[in-house]
Design a protein around this ligand. Structure first.
Ligand SMILES: Cc1cc2nc3c(=O)[nH]c(=O)nc-3n(C[C@H](O)[C@H](O)[C@H](O)COP(=O)(O)OP(=O)(O)OC[C@H]3O[C@@H](n4cnc5c(N)ncnc54)[C@H](O)[C@@H]3O)c2cc1C
Length: 469
């Protein structure tokens, strides 16, 4: 059985590893030359920049995902950081520690008048670990659902309004932004605090390299730097033509790239499911997002925080979802990321669809794009120095924007995740099959909300099953 896979991200490589390990003749066609799609890292001036993972669900032994990561070589070892992130506002800091008891006890003592809400939130985090099957002391399932129910239909901003402390309010919105479902933070923190959301050794680049290595060791053919641009049905097989003029034939095809662009470009827009296409116009209910990033070099001795820090800025350096806040992440958990005595710092800000289009439009005008990136970087650097004077010597390493994701991943609007979940969103799953495309299977983080690396991996595994059935 010849299986062609368009896209060598996590979904494509997982599909490839599962199919090749069952004896199929598998070829992954990937347009880039490094990384596993969005799960990637790159080197600038001797510093490793991590382009993806803030946490990876499935690091707890015994879970289904852990089994997938082991099979695909994703983990190497597991790196445990002490905290998920810290948020500072009005000189008070809220830290989401690995030890959740410490996190909630600190929150309650920071703001005793919020004690009741803090206790309810703590229970919801425990309930989320029960539902995910990772709690060390699980609650009864019905109790868990009851504890989560009050959060199911509210946004992070609405959750924050239940608290009096400004620092806690800020902390509850920092990770996702105000508009998005409050369950995002609850489930992500529950994964982290129950040991199921750590990091793979070597970060995103380490995990990507191990996945590609595993696929090749299973006998797969990995064609990097090759872009598939058309797929035609010929005599019961799929003939894929590539941008370098080549053609290949497969019995089954797995499309493991962002589906809106991939379906249109490979097969034609008429094959794209109309019900799914409609969602792109329902912008309130189905918002797309991407992000703007900066990376800096700093002397380790000058870095005054550990892990990920969110803090107030007098004005955001550019339009972003979290107005008035900035995030900075340090990587001391990966000493090889920076030369001796130095650290790499990274900043990420989510931006909505409108800003994504603005960045993508700008990127079509070389000069204007470079100027806009330089201006945003200058403003971001200034804000960081204002807030952390010890970082006055930071040096800019790189800037990337939604336009980078649009061109690197081929993702509509630079969105590297499916539609964001607001309380009004009905989770949208891109189907694994489209009626008009026989023996074509779709696998990507668009396969199930809320997306991310685990969804991509599950979708890849399931697509391999379908392709070999
Ligand atoms: C900054 C950032 C932080 C993130 N943090 C986390 C996190 O902490 N935890 C988490 O779980 N997830 C995180 N994610 C999301 C996660 O990385 C993605 O959801 C996941 O990697 C998507 O995998 P995928 O295989 O579905 O798609 P992709 O990674 O987009 O892979 C698709 C691949 O297809 C290739 N391709 C597209 N078109 C073609 C073509 N015509 N021919 C050949 N190749 C093609 C692309 O080059 C790409 O490599 C983050 C993403 C980003 C960008």
């Amino acid at each position: 059985m010849r299986v062609g896979i368009v896209g060598g991200g996590v979904a494509g490589l997982t599909a490839g590893i599962f199919a090749a390990s069952r004896g199929a003749d598998v070829t992954v066609i990937e347009k880039n030359t490094s990384g596993a799609g969005a799960m990637c890292g790159w080197v600038r001036d001797g510093y490793m920049i991590d382009g993806c993972l803030h946490w990876l669900t499935g690091t707890k032994e015994g879970t289904e995902l852990y089994g997938i990561w082991k099979k695909c070589g994703v983990l190497g070892g597991v790196v445990k950081t002490d905290s998920f992130f810290s948020s500072t506002s009005d000189s008070s800091t809220v830290t989401f520690w690995r030890d959740e008891a410490r996190c909630f006890e600190e929150m309650a003592s920071l703001s005793p008048e919020d004690g009741r809400e803090v206790a309810k939130l703590r229970r919801a985090v425990a309930a989320a670990s029960t539902v995910s099957g990772t709690a060390s002391r699980p609650m009864k399932k019905c109790e868990a659902y009851l504890a989560l129910a009050p959060y199911a239909l509210i946004s992070a901003g609405e959750l924050a309004e239940r608290f009096k402390s400004r620092a806690i309010r800020r902390a509850l919105c920092d990770m996702t932004g105000k508009r998005f479902s409050s369950l995002g933070l609850i489930f992500a923190y529950s994964a982290f605090s129950s040991g199921n959301g750590y990091l793979p050794e070597g970060g995103s680049a380490g995990a990507a390299k191990r996945m590609v290595g595993k696929f090749i060791s299973e006998g797969g053919t990995y064609l990097s730097g090759t872009e598939a641009n058309r797929a035609l049905r010929r005599g019961g097989a799929w003939r894929v033509s590539t941008a370098d003029g080549g053609t290949m034939e497969f019995d089954s095809l797995i499309v493991a790239a962002e589906p809106a662009r991939a379906v249109t470009e490979l097969f034609g827009v008429e094959h794209f499911p109309k019900s799914f296409a409609k969602k792109y116009s329902m912008k309130e209910k189905y918002p797309l997002f991407s992000s703007v990033h900066f990376a800096f070099a700093a002397k380790s001795a000058d870095v005054p925080f550990k892990g990920t820090s969110f803090f107030d800025v007098r004005r955001a350096p550019y339009s972003s979802v979290n107005r008035g806040r900035m995030m900075l992440r340090e990587f001391s958990h990966e000493p090889s990321f920076a030369p001796e005595g130095m650290s790499v710092l990274q900043s990420l800000s989510f931006v909505g669809e409108k800003e994504c289009h603005e960045w993508i439009d700008l990127s079509k005008k070389d000069d204007a794009y470079e100027k806009a990136k330089a201006a945003a970087a200058e403003a971001a650097t200034e804000r960081i120095k204002e807030y952390y004077p010890s970082l006055s010597g930071i040096k800019l390493l790189d800037v990337w924007t939604p336009a980078s994701y649009s061109s690197y991943l081929g993702a509509t609007c630079g969105a590297y995740m499916p539609f964001a979940l607001t309380p009004a969103t009905i989770p949208a799953s891109f189907p694994a099959r489209i009626k008009t495309l026989p023996r074509v299977y779709f696998a990507s983080s668009w396969s199930r909300s809320p997306g991310g690396v685990p969804t991509a991996a599950y979708a890849g595994r399931d697509a391999a099953d379908l392709a070999l059935s």
